[in-house]
Every structure is written in C-alpha cells, then in structure tokens.
Write a protein that binds this ligand. Sequence first.
Ligand SMILES: NC(=O)C1=CN([C@@H]2O[C@H](COP(=O)(O)OP(=O)(O)OC[C@H]3O[C@@H](n4cnc5c(N)ncnc54)[C@H](OP(=O)(O)O)[C@@H]3O)[C@@H](O)[C@H]2O)C=CC1
Ligand SMILES: O=C(O)C1=N[C@H](C(=O)O)C[C@H](O)C1
Length: 241
Amino acid sequence: MTSPLRLLIHGASGRMGQALLRLAAERDDLSVAAAVARKSPAQRVVEGVPQFAASELNGVPEFDVAIDFSLPEGFDPVLALCVQRGCALVSGTTGLSSAQNQAIDAASAGIAVVWAANYSLGVAVLTELVRRAAAALPAWDCDLIEAHHTRKLDAPSGTALHLGQAVAIGRGSEPHYASLRAGDIVGEHLVQFASAGERLELIHRATNRDIFARGALEAALKLARQAPGRYRLAELMFPNL
Ligand SMILES: NC(=O)C1=CN([C@@H]2O[C@H](COP(=O)(O)OP(=O)(O)OC[C@H]3O[C@@H](n4cnc5c(N)ncnc54)[C@H](OP(=O)(O)O)[C@@H]3O)[C@@H](O)[C@H]2O)C=CC1
Ligand SMILES: O=C(O)C1=N[C@H](C(=O)O)C[C@H](O)C1
C-alpha cells in the first residue's frame, strides 16, 4: 500500500478548515501533517492532528500538499512556504488581489498550484453552461446575483467573478453583479439573461460545504502527481467538460 498524502490544512479553525479536517480523517489515502490557523490553538480541533498558529507556519513538519482556505492576508505566507519547501498548493481563498494572482503565476515555475473560486462539480458545469448561453445571447441583459452567509467578507463572491469571466468570454462584456448576505446561506449563484418577453436563469445552490472540501481533497491527490505549473480546476478534475 502507498503511504498517505501528507496535507497541511491552512485555515484549519474555519468553516472550510473544519470540513477538510473531518473529511480527511475519514480517508486512508490522506493524512494531516499540520493544521494551521491564525490564532494559537487553544484546543485541538481534531485529536491527533498537530496544531500551529500562523506565526509558527515556517516550523510545521514535512507535508506534500497545502490546502488553503483562509483569508487574503494569510495567503502570501502559505504560498511562500510551499515554494520554499517545493510542495504543491491547492487554494480556495477568495478576494485575492491581482498581485497575489500574479504571485501564483510566478510560483508555478517551481511548484504545482491550483486556485479555484469554487471546488464543486456543479459550478464547473454551470461555468460551461453560462459561457454557451452568453455566446448565444450577446444582446440580452445579463445579471449575476450571489447570496452567502453573513460572515462572508468578500463581495462579489469569487464564484460570481469566475462566472462573470465566463460571460465575458462568451459575449465580450461582464454581467452586472448583485450580492446578498443573509443568515447561514452556504452559497447560491444565479446568472440571469433577460430580453423582452423572456428570461433564462441558470442557478447553482450549495447546501453543504462538504462539496467544496471533497473537491479540494480530490484536487490535492491529483495535483500531487503533477509537474510544476498552474492548473485550472476543470483540466485537473473534470477533463470531459
Ligand atoms: N473555493 C471554494 O470552493 C470555497 C472558498 N471559500 C473561501 O475560503 C475562505 C475561508 O472561508 P471560511 O472557512 O468560510 O472562513 P472562516 O472565516 O470560517 O475561516 C478562516 C480561517 O482562516 C484562518 N486565518 C485567517 N487569517 C489568517 C492568517 N493571516 N493566517 C493563517 N490563517 C488565517 C482563520 O483562523 P482563526 O480562526 O484563528 O482566525 C480560520 O481558520 C474564504 O476566502 C472563502 O471565500 C469558502 C468556501 C468554498
Ligand atoms: O465564503 C464562502 O462561503 C464561499 N466562498 C466561495 C466564493 O467566494 O465564491 C465559494 C462558495 O460560494 C462559498
């Protein structure tokens, strides 16, 4: 039997971090070498997983792939650590700056990296449907409405911006964006095309964060086998799309 892939979970105390730790613990092909959050670990998140504060990041034990679901201010240190150690990086942190996006490109000369605004299969399919609808309906009004929980910091969501790029590829112009923050909504994205007398609506509703966490864990297993480079989630995970 091959030894399990060793993960660093970055953002471990968060909503996504907790889902990643729980799902990774259920698998034989994955082990968690380190769980990192911003603050010092007051208590163990998962029994048996070594916990570290962000200030201790450079001292974490050996790992193969870092999975980062933190905040933009936590992204640069984990990218730098992966470059320094020659480890792959799977990141889903949204709200990154264009400089941070360029830093991913630069890092990909030496390590394998995937960054995606959304790790669900449904959004991967939706992206392709949106691109095709936008190409077929270039003159229709296009609006993109996203809804998330009240703790979400960035707006529009990363997924909304990603779908907006698909609209722009399809028809040359971005949609109008609207963002709602309410209750505990996990994540909903509606792309609406409207013309006189008719409307076309394409919707994805996430009801459980495990869909993102499972996608990120699968992406880590795939990325670990890749040469250095920046990979798109679809090419790595959904090559038939
Ligand atoms: N791509 C995708 O599929 C998805 C992406 N996301 C994105 O993932 C990110 C996290 O979301 P969510 O889990 O809801 O957020 P939370 O606020 O619940 O968790 C954030 C985590 O990041 C940690 N953190 C914050 N700042 C730093 C730092 N400077 N260094 C290290 N760790 C830090 C926090 O630690 P502490 O608790 O100590 O503050 C916490 O563990 C967001 O950007 C969100 O948009 C979310 C879902 C799906
Ligand atoms: O912060 C979240 O919760 C989510 N963030 C991602 C985004 O910004 O698109 C993905 C998902 O919608 C949940």
